[in-house]
Design a protein around this ligand. Sequence first.
Ligand code: IMP
Ligand code: MG
Length: 192
Amino acid sequence: MDFFRLLLLAASMHEDIEKVLIAEEVIEKRLDVIAERVHADFASEEALQVVAILKGALVFMADLLRRVPLRLEIECLNVASYHGGTESSGQVDFLDQKLPDVKGRCVLLIDDILDTGRTLEAVSAKLLQMGAREVKTCVLLTKDKVRAAEVEADYSAFEIADEFVVGYGLDYDGKYRNLPYVGVLNPAVIKS
Ligand code: IMP
Ligand code: MG
């Protein structure tokens, strides 16, 4: 690597990352597999409704769904549970004025990560309560831990240890969502 490239790297968000947990190429290969499963499982579904949870699911959803050649429809849902820190607040807030109309629809619910499980549980329950016929859940990451809410994702690309990660949609204090890989932050970056 030449000197100027090194300089650029040092001036970028990459320098805040202590280690790369899941590299970009590894994510891409795995998305091919998950997309094929989703395609096969919903091939007979006339109008699959996707609901993505903002903002964490943005990057994963965009890359995954472009690999799924179904006539699906996409809605996004604004939900908050972290409020800027690195620990779940334990409360799930629906931030939208208006929620998507899912009456009678089969819904594929996409989120970035399954952590305590509260988000997927609360949103699944809400969608079913709003009349969804069926809700299947899909996440990029599943944290290996005992969950506050008993949910497992129907589709999960990777299982990771119980540590705080950023990138590929996941943020710390609103930043690092645009990292093309999943990584662990340098502890010095995290506000005490
Ligand atoms: P849960 O409701 O605890 O399962 O958490 C779901 C939400 O918490 C996700 O949509 C993420 O936005 C956020 N979250 C959980 N773990 C992490 C992490 O390691 N890094 C960044 N965000 C996380
Ligand atoms: Mg989030």
